[in-house]
Write a protein that binds this ligand. Structure first.
Ligand code: PGA
Length: 258
């Protein structure tokens, strides 16, 4: 495995763990390794894992390990990270349906252990509060894996999301709607709102893994890891958790980091 491990001081003086690996396959494998370790050490852990193109390879790794019997996910409490507002798992254009196809079903997860974002709740405020309580009831998130949006979002926490935000409904930016247009007929059919775990929900996790791949993410990764810590780049808040953050990025994504 070709990777560099380094630690980088953040503003608070503690250090995040930074792994720059050769390529996407290495990002996927290393992220799966971290998840495997957490689940082996905490078989009933509450965890959240992301949707998107970045985690596809990670899910393939996890499914292979689960199907080979080397990883047991049967007692994990899986919490979905985000969803379009008004869409649920039965809607084939939802993030949860994507997750179901790519991971939940192939991995054979028990539906009793899968917690959907309450994106169909009659009352979004009550639904969001109940989701936060459900996480707490399962001991809080042991692990949160997140990707990085081209605009610096984590989950669907768009620019402007405060550091103390919790699960809520918010407006999607045009950029995020464009990013996901490939899954739909075009941007106009993409919902304009989403429900997402908040920044604080993610930062409360015992361990946070950021996965980033590809040259198209080089500028936003630099802003995230080296720019100001600001709501303009929500991913930059990850640096406030010090050594609870592991960043796993490939060389292309890291190409602009000093
Ligand atoms: P991507 O999305 O993995 O499809 O690039 C990342 C994100 O928006 O969180």
């Amino acid at each position: 495995m070709t990777h560099d491990q380094a630690t980088r001081s953040n503003e608070a003086g503690s250090e995040l763990h930074m792994h720059v690996v050769a390529d996407y396959a290495e990002v996927s494998r290393m992220a799966a390794d971290v998840i495997t370790r957490v689940v082996q050490e905490n078989p009933e852990a509450a965890i959240t894992l992301p949707t998107g193109e970045t985690p596809r390879g990670m899910y393939q790794e996890l499914v292979r390990r689960i199907q080979d019997g080397v990883l047991d996910f049967s007692r994990v409490q899986f919490f979905c990270l985000d969803e379009y507002w008004g869409k649920g798992v039965d809607d084939e254009t939802s993030l949860t349906a994507w997750l179901d196809d790519v991971f939940l079903r192939p991995a054979g997860l028990d539906s009793d252990h899968v917690h959907f974002v309450p994106s169909l709740a009659l009352d979004p405020v009550e639904g969001a509060a109940a989701y936060e309580q459900e996480i707490e009831r399962h001991g809080g998130l042991r692990l949160a894996v997140v990707g990085l949006g081209p605009n610096g979002h984590i989950g669907f926490n768009e620019p402007g999301s405060p550091v103390d935000s919790r699960t809520r409904v918010l407006e999607l930016t045009k950029q995020s709607r464009n990013q996901n247009a490939a899954y739909y007929d075009g941007e106009s059919s993409i919902p304009d709102k989403a429900m997402t775990m908040g920044i604080a929900t993610i930062l409360d996790a015992d361990l946070i893994v950021l996965i980033v791949s590809g040259a198209s993410k080089a500028d936003i990764l630099k802003a995230t890891l080296e720019g100001p810590i600001t709501a303009d780049v929500p991913g930059s808040f990850l640096r406030t958790v010090g050594e609870r953050l592991i960043a796993i990025v490939d060389q292309e994504a890291a190409s602009k980091i000093s």
